[in-house]
Design a binder for this molecule. Sequence first.
Ligand SMILES: Nc1ncnc2c1ncn2[C@@H]1O[C@H](COP(=O)(O)OP(=O)(O)OP(=O)(O)O)[C@@H](O)[C@H]1O
Ligand SMILES: [Mg+2]
Length: 129
Amino acid sequence: MIKPNIHEFKQVYPEVTNESTLFKKIMTLIHSGISNAVVTLGEKGCLFVNRESAFYARVPQVDILNPIASGDTFVGGFIANYAEIGNCETAVRFASACGVANAMSLLPEIPKGVDINRLMESILVEIVE
Ligand SMILES: Nc1ncnc2c1ncn2[C@@H]1O[C@H](COP(=O)(O)OP(=O)(O)OP(=O)(O)O)[C@@H](O)[C@H]1O
Ligand SMILES: [Mg+2]
């Protein structure tokens, strides 16, 4: 699995200028042998692609204090949830909720008052046909 953010991805592939060209470029990576690719898009959520499925996970607008480490929190959340349940869509929804929660705190953490399960319900999955 790879998980660059959109800025890192564009540094390697400057021809990517919008979500449509982003999706096409990720598909070439999947066909070249990468099993799972997620490009995180900050407040716009992320795009997940593997051979079986492709979808955006859109995040709610929340009061942001500090988004630094949201990507690391996303990866930790994905691995923890995937190890437990083994479903990519569920893991991306959980990971996204973790990333959002981290951004709601000044410190890199999931703040105590945040209900991750409720946040997870507010993640919207948009399937890419
Ligand atoms: N401003 C924001 N509002 C809501 N959710 C956010 C915001 N920023 C980040 N997130 C959540 O966290 C995830 C990862 O964020 P981002 O794309 O910023 O990662 P990153 O650049 O790798 O972060 P870092 O390198 O600082 O760990 C996003 O896909 C989203 O779910
Ligand atoms: Mg990062």
